[in-house]
Design a protein around this ligand. Structure first.
Ligand SMILES: Nc1ncnc2c1ncn2[C@@H]1O[C@H](COP(=O)(O)OP(=O)(O)OP(=O)(O)O)[C@@H](O)[C@H]1O
Length: 278
């Protein structure tokens, strides 16, 4: 089974035969023989049963944990520590409460080169860029507020801006909308789609929400139950920009249903025949 999109060559993220065990020889084997690749500019969603190792996969790609076996290569280099080319957003926005929204969004620019070096000289241009991102996600006018003055959905929007402000080549999103109500979540899908169309990062999104995966991704990878590996992939054959109304069409619902069957099988420890990649 191919796990790379041929129309996006060359691969930007390559994970080859990776295993990950937490806590020594008797510990939890989270991933085994996990292989996938993501092409530059591609948007891939990873779905699978709870506890199958999705977040572990994200930690390996971003260099937050080392793999126990196998190779993780990003942008042609073996990952050996935290990646500066990656922007990240998680289920909880983790904004710093003592900084304004604008200053929270600016944070990666104070850490990641070459922005760190340029920041003092080009601060106003960078601030304008952060403001522009906040405008894209509908936070115009909230730049000077503090995180605790914003709703959860607004904080998550700001955290997406923070993940994008340093033009990361790789955007890693681990259930970034999981804690939000369905309406806010759907709004943010549209905003993320707009931001990605403008900034064109390579994206890996972990999600439990199959509609979210179909709305946002070019390709969806399904993981087995733990120890996780990729057992199916499905290219999303719908054009862009996608609208929320598209989610109610029969082809989208059929794809969601098919993915659901793969995950149900994975939960039972079974693997369905790999679906045809469109
Ligand atoms: N720091 C850790 N130490 C020990 N075991 C861990 C650690 N992190 C995760 N695990 C275990 O590894 C397995 C995979 O966890 P992981 O969080 O990657 O799964 P997941 O697919 O992201 O889960 P969910 O869908 O519930 O968010 C689980 O059994 C989990 O308990």
């Amino acid at each position: 089974m191919s796990t790379s999109g041929s129309s996006y060559e060359p691969a930007f993220v390559e994970i080859d035969g990776v295993a990950m065990r937490y806590g020594g020889a008797d510990g939890t084997l989270a991933l085994r023989d996990c292989t996938l690749s993501v092409a530059r500019g591609e948007f891939v969603a990873v779905v699978g049963p709870s506890g199958c190792g999705k977040s572990t996969l994200m930690r390996l790609v971003t260099g937050l944990w080392p793999a126990s076996a196998g190779n993780v290569v990003v942008a042609g280099r073996e990952v050996a520590g935290p990646l500066s080319v990656a922007g990240m957003a998680f289920q909880n926005p983790t904004l710093l409460p003592w900084r304004t929204i604008l200053d929270n969004v600016m944070l990666p620019l104070e850490v990641v080169e070459p922005h760190r070096r340029r920041l003092r000289r080009e601060r106003e241009a960078y601030r304008e860029k952060a403001r522009q991102l906040l405008r894209i996600v509908g936070l115009d006018g909230f730049e000077a507020r503090f995180p605790w003055q914003l709703s959860g959905g607004m904080q998550q929007r700001a955290s997406l801006c923070r993940a994008l402000v340093h033009d990361p080549q790789l955007l890693m999103l681990d259930e970034p909308f999981g804690a939000l109500d369905v309406f806010t979540r759907e709004e943010l899908w549209t905003e993320l789609q707009t931001a990605c169309a403008t900034l064109k990062p390579t994206v890996i999104l972990v999600t439990h929400d199959l509609r979210e995966a179909v709305f946002l991704a070019d390709r969806i990878l399904v993981m087995s139950a733990r120890p996780g590996r990729i057992v199916a992939e499905r290219r999303v054959p719908f054009g862009r920009p996608r609208t929320l109304d598209d989610l109610y069409t029969a082809p989208v619902q059929a794809l969601v249903h098919e993915l659901r069957e793969h995950i149900s099988a994975a939960r039972r420890g079974e693997v369905l025949e790999a679906p045809h990649a469109a």
